[in-house]
Design a protein around this ligand. Structure first.
Ligand code: SAH
Length: 393
């Protein structure tokens, strides 16, 4: 195996099981010339074994797969995937008739850095975020079939936009196993079309399941506005919760089509719902309807640390508009999925917005990502989704 030797003192974070090695920590390499995606052994400056991981060009140079000396083969992947599947059964999202949408693998949170696998009924959508996982994709697919057995009919690989462009892997999206046209899956008893071919991410935002259930809980008799609705997850739950009306807004016309299709699937002919293809800020500015439950779930405003300042201003501006417009006694669900924005920063941005709108606001719930998006305790960077449920007097 090719070897990477760290600079003196740079092994410390590995001692705390942090799974990343930054390029600046590397002193030199030994063996044949490194190729992106190679499995490498990582040694301390004194030659002590530390870990085995995937190497690639970039600031995160190695993503650690194991801190033990062991072979990285199909049996290794199978064991890791089986462990992830067990967690999903333990938390009660897998093996249910009314819920077959869940995240099976959440990267570092499942000790599989660079890999995401979402399950949509009999189809798994696999996404590589590292070159190493891309190189291993067929082995992973085989291991996944072993772990999931008969319940799995197809594995769709969707990494065109998540792999480093410069690696020039010539990757294409496509089925690694089987094929499936059945695009309907269930979340907490509600049905959704999942567009893994053209949709965002793996086709659905699996991470809002628990938060959608809370929207359902608060929706009875309310006028609900679901901003940045994408496929309309929150809207469908609000309908089931007995909302008086539900309006869904997304700037993408394709998203609005998807919401309408999902509404038809669950509440055919129910005219309490309407969807609008419009910019969120414009809609909030011009809207006439008096909403008393508003959901703000925008895309990540900060994809990197250097965009943090602008992102926080964006959250403040958006939330201030919602505070200004929401009816007295209204409930605001507000989220940030930017990994670069932490809980406290987000809360401060929302606090500023409330003060700008001069509203009395109570925090009812503090929300986060669900249990099938676990956070490796040694990798706090894995925490990304945060939300607040606010009562606005
Ligand atoms: N709440 C959704 C996920 C939201 S993803 C769910 O539960 O599934 C963010 C969405 O915001 C995307 O669908 C994107 O099209 C939309 N979006 C991005 N910028 C927007 C804007 N300025 N106005 C309205 N929608 C926007």
């Amino acid at each position: 195996m090719k070897k990477i030797i760290l600079r003196k003192g740079k092994e410390e974070s590995l001692g705390r099981f942090h799974p990343w090695i930054f390029s600046g920590a590397i002193h030199h390499t030994e063996g044949d010339k490194l190729e992106e995606g190679d499995i490498v052994e990582v040694l301390a400056s004194d030659g002590r074994f530390l870990a085995i991981g995937h190497w690639q060009i970039g600031s995160i140079a190695v993503r650690v797969l194991t801190f033990k000396k062991q072979r990285i083969d199909q049996a290794f992947w199978q064991k890791r995937l089986a462990a992830a599947f067990d967690v999903r059964k333990t938390i009660g999202v897998a093996g249910r008739a009314d819920n077959d949408i869940y995240r099976l693998v959440h990267g570092e949170g499942d000790n599989l850095p660079g890999l995401v696998i979402d399950i949509y009924a009999a189809t798994a959508v696999m996404q590589a975020h590292s070159v190493g996982m891309h190189v291993c994709r067929n082995e992973l697919a085989q291991a996944l079939r072993e772990v999931m057995g008969e319940s799995l009919k197809a594995i769709y690989y969707k990494s065109e936009t998540t792999l480093p462009f410069k690696a020039q892997l010539g990757q294409e999206n496509g089925f690694l196993y089987g094929e499936s046209n059945d695009d309907v899956a269930r979340e907490n008893g509600l049905a959704f079309h999942i567009d893994w071919l053209k949709g965002q991410k793996t086709g659905f935002f699996v991470d809002q399941r628990d938060n959608r259930a809370l929207v359902e809980h608060y929706s009875k008799g309310r006028k609900v506005l679901n901003m940045f609705c994408y496929t309309g997850g929150f809207s469908v739950y609000a309908m089931r919760g007995g909302a008086e009306l539900v309006h869904s807004v997304d700037s993408s016309a394709k998203a609005v089509e998807l919401v309408d299709a999902n509404m038809e699937l669950n509440f055919p002919g129910d005219n309490r719902h309407e969807a609008f293809a419009e910019d969120a800020f414009k809609f909030l500015e011009e809207m006439q309807e008096k909403y008393n439950l508003i959901i703000l779930d925008p895309p990540a405003f900060a994809k990197h640390k250097d965009a943090l300042h602008n992102a926080l201003r964006g959250y403040t501006k958006l939330n201030a508009k919602a505070f200004e417009k929401i009816q007295p006694g209204g409930i605001l669900f507000t989220f940030s999925c930017s990994q670069a924005v932490n809980k406290d920063q987000f809360r401060t941005a929302v606090f500023t917005a409330a003060a700008m709108a001069k509203r009395k606001v109570r925090i009812l719930h503090q929300l986060h990502q669900p249990a099938d998006h676990p956070i490796n305790i040694y990798h706090p960077e894995g925490e990304y989704l945060k939300g607040l449920v606010l009562y606005v007097e």
